[in-house]
Design a protein around this ligand. Sequence first.
Ligand SMILES: Cc1ncc(COP(=O)(O)O)c(C=O)c1O
Length: 449
Amino acid sequence: MFGLIKKEIGYLFRRLENRSNSSQSLVKSVDDYVNQLKSLNYYPDKYISYSGPSVKMKVSLNGKKPIIVTQFCTNNSLGFATDPDIIAASKAALMKYGSTSNSGSPALCGKIHIHEELEKEISSFKRCKFSTLFMTGWMANIAIINAASNLLPTSIPNFINDKDTIILCDHLNHASIVAGLGLTKIESMVSSHMSGHVSIKQFEHNDMEDLKKKINKYKSKHERLMIVSDAVFSMDGDIANLPEILEIAGEFNGLVVMDEAHSTGTIGETGRGIVEHYKLNKSKINSSGADRVHMTTLSKFAGGVGGCVISDNVSFNDLMHISPYHIYTSTLPPSVAASCLAAFRKLKKNPQLVSKLQKNSRYMREGLKDLGYDVRGETHIIPVVLPEKTNVTLFGRTLFEKHKLFVSAVYAFAASPRLRMTCSAMHSKDDIDLLLSVMENVGKKMNVI
Ligand SMILES: Cc1ncc(COP(=O)(O)O)c(C=O)c1O
């Protein structure tokens, strides 16, 4: 609040001074900013790949000649993005529909049959009743958060949305959730049909005591409650405490929004995600008193692109169907919808791939820990957090250029300095052993273990 007032006062002073001569072009500001990013070494290296995300990939770094590397960085956790059956399903849909695109938005041209099939497949896989597809998980997250608080940005006769909402957000939630929160707040302030207030509070990462404390401190009796969290955290690879979140939300008839981008296909005995991971059944969930909505992306295990909102509530699903983030944009091309459909079907028939992924991930995480690294989380996302002063970019480049290993060097604006590694069911023990021996060698040379 104080920051906002300070900003406004600064702005008023600048206006009063009428500094018209000192106005800077927008492009010059962009130049200054990007140059500063580069001079601080914050600008990411450029990796271009010349093959699909198999274990071995052909990749170039910063424009140099491409080389074959072993990757531990993609989300192709079960190998579906490069699976011949799934590629065949995608090709078949291309031929069946005779088109590369649906050439329109669902508001104008509707959807195609394969979208409906995919929505049904996803709801049944996630053991929920309904689902709606979006072009990306990013858009699906925004659609859920905004619609749950504000409904749609359209006034209809005899309906006023005057309900206040408080949203509790985990400190490490994904950027798309943060974008959804910002947009929701702004829309609640400017929409003519919305007289309700939206307030947003962060709670410490996966800290249930802090969540309760913040609700007790900030929630007024009349406010509706929403709690939003990644199910598997994209940078830390740990798992949200869903059972407690449901219990806490249930006390206030709250809505729990779970972003299952990284949990579908990877956790739970058969890859059904966070509900299966905690062995929660429907009656247990319902008795908590909380409602829940899940988002899953199709861009991770399913090897495609797209997002999906899944729930048991018909009205919520109907609302998603007419969300601006659904109707004012395109629909998934037939080839993509078909590959995602084939991915869900293949997963249902091959749960052993999930056990393999989990076994590989445990082996890799324990191996890195044994070397003395600070390894976070408990899933196939394996972040190796490096000491504050480490040059993470250089570490990543050394792994790539000298040892032909491709991992993500993450720094500056995304998270604390780390090598974010991902494991997959496709990796062999030899692949992981190779990574471990290189990490031992480079880590010692760089003085980080
Ligand atoms: C936790 C999480 N949520 C949402 C998204 C966005 O998904 P999509 O790639 O489908 O836009 C991502 C993607 O990185 C993610 O990691």
